[in-house]
Design a protein around this ligand. Sequence first.
Ligand SMILES: [Zn+2]
Length: 204
Amino acid sequence: MKVKQIFTTYDKAKQARESRYQFCALCGVKLKTVENNGKPIRQCPACGFVHYENPAPAVSILVTDGENVLLCRRTMGRFQGGKWCLPCGYIEFEEDYLTAAIREVKEETGLDVGIKSILSVVSNFFTPHLHTAVIVLLAWVVEREIRPADDGESDAVQWFPLRGPLPEMAFEADSHIIERYRETRLAGAPVEYHQNNTESHNMT
Ligand SMILES: [Zn+2]
């Protein structure tokens, strides 16, 4: 299979992106578009603040017991609502990415997991205003009982066999990651074990 890290779901040439940010976050003056190394940036004419826009850093977690993969169904009304995805979410400012991953799985599935390795890092270009850079992690289950999500982001959580069939997936990157893991069983780069987990576990 072809290994892939970049996933684009809209035509960047046809859907030109204009910044949605109108006013300076520091002083409230209307931002202006200026050229910076040949690219337009939004800058405050009063205080010089530049409103940089970057892909959002996120984590996505392949939780497996070796035979099954844990998926969440996204709540209707959210981006790609009604479709299934790996537990995922944005990294908060005070968090390291491992803490973010453990928190997201707990919030979305009720499960306590340990992080084993970095499976991949992917870039997603979803819409003109939603670009993400996602660290994809492999995790094993410390506690196996699923309970419904309490954050309102998903309305169902279910184990699916790694060999398939999988339900309708929200993100091409997730399908690719699951397929690659199923075919190669490559765990990727091991991570330093998280301090909140004192027991050492091994999936093999
Ligand atoms: Zn300003």
